[in-house]
Design a protein around this ligand. Structure first.
Ligand SMILES: NC(=O)c1ccc[n+]([C@@H]2O[C@H](COP(=O)([O-])OP(=O)(O)OC[C@H]3O[C@@H](n4cnc5c(N)ncnc54)[C@H](O)[C@@H]3O)[C@@H](O)[C@H]2O)c1
Length: 335
């Protein structure tokens, strides 16, 4: 079978690609081709695999060709991140909404020409949730919490969730949207996301560098490891429609942690001298953004698919250290 990963050169996409190549199959069928579509080149270890085909360029430029070149399944991860979308409104619309619409239309054209509806998993985000004067944010956001995005990025994700649900209702695709929690520890350099520090306060001290934490230690947030996130995307792909349940997006599992608990885990795994490299310097801009984010999440539908969060944050820190030791070059992100 032939699988397409949009955004496959990115942090989660490249890890998903490696996991699928190592696994070799989806739904019991061998993966013979893996197409990575991204505006930047995929990491060298992926390009070295004979099953991988790379399409480099904006997703919009690849979509028309997809109607003529069938793929059996799609993981749609290409996306401009939150900071980019706030800084450049048009870029966000183009990368996140226009590209998704074009991708869905290409898949619809294939179905209307007599093909089977293509299975598609969309990487949505916990950023669809936020406080609104008439919809206060609950302590924990769940599968049925009413989304009220507070950023353009969150709005794009929510609109795409509903496009995918409607294309699915019409039988054009077999779509599923899964809301990712903040994935940590992200390798590479800090990126434009306001959530970047959730990785920076671990990654930088572990690399012997100083890190600044811009929010209070009491701030709580739903996170997940890269490994659990990728496992979640694959499980959502492989779930039957009945097991997925409905057409609306589900939350992937979250470990709800405070910054203090993250730093305590750093002490437990790496020692107090590593923790000492983190300093608190409050940044009102970031603290203000973070104040509008959910403090935690639940994921009942994902649990019914057998997906659970990590037991504790120490496991996430250990996973990062293990990954760095095992694949120092493969871990380079696109940040
Ligand atoms: N990492 C997280 O914490 C997190 C949390 C919630 C949701 N998500 C979502 O998961 C997905 C993967 O996240 P990630 O952390 O790997 O992001 P990332 O930025 O590392 O990767 C995204 C990839 O998409 C590519 N891309 C962006 N716009 C494109 C376009 N118009 N055409 C082609 N390629 C384009 C980028 O080049 C990049 O390689 C994204 O959709 C993101 O919104 C991530």
């Amino acid at each position: 079978m032939k699988i397409l990963i949009t955004g496959g050169a990115g942090f989660v996409g490249a890890r998903l690609a490696r996991t699928l190549l190592a696994r070799g199959h989806l739904l019991g069928q061998d993966i013979t081709r893996l197409v990575i579509a991204d505006q930047v080149a995929a990491p060298a270890d992926l390009l070295a695999d004979g099953r991988v085909e790379a399409r480099v360029g904006p997703l919009l430029s690849h979509c028309a060709a997809l109607a003529d070149e069938p793929v059996d399944g799609v993981f749609h991860l290409a996306s401009a991140v939150s900071g980019e979308c706030e800084a450049d409104f048009d870029l966000g619309l183009r990368s996140n909404l226009d590209s998704t619409r074009a991708l869905l239309d290409a898949l619809r054209a294939r179905t209307l020409a007599g093909g089977m509806p293509t299975r598609l998993v969309f990487a949505s985000s916990v950023a669809v949730f936020g406080p609104d004067p008439v919809v206060p944010l609950p302590a924990l956001v769940g599968d049925t919490t009413l989304p009220a995005p507070q950023t353009s990025y969150g709005m794009h994700k929510l609109v795409c969730e509903h496009l995918i649900a409607d294309w699915t209702r019409k039988g054009f695709i077999d779509g599923r949207a899964a809301r990712l929690m903040t994935v940590t520890v992200r390798p590479g350099r800090p990126n434009g996301a306001a959530s970047s520090f959730f990785s920076g306060i671990l990654r930088e001290p572990l690399a012997g560098e100083e890190a600044i934490c811009p929010v209070d230690a009491s701030v709580s947030h739903p996170v997940s490891s890269p490994q659990r996130t990728v496992e979640g995307l694959i499980a959502v792909y492989e779930a039957s429609r009945e097991a997925f349940g409905g057409r609306l997006a589900l939350n992937l599992p979250a470990l709800n942690v405070t910054v203090q608990q993250m730093l305590d885990a750093l002490v437990a795994v790496a020692g107090p001298q590593v923790r000492a490299r983190v300093r608190f310097v409050r940044d009102e801009r970031i603290a203000g953004i973070v104040a509008n984010w959910p403090a935690g999440a639940t994921a009942e539908r994902a649990a019914r698919l057998g997906l659970l969060p990590e037991n504790n944050f120490e496991d996430i820190v250990r996973q990062y250290i293990r990954d760095c030791a095992g694949h120092p070059t493969a871990l380079k992100g696109t940040t």
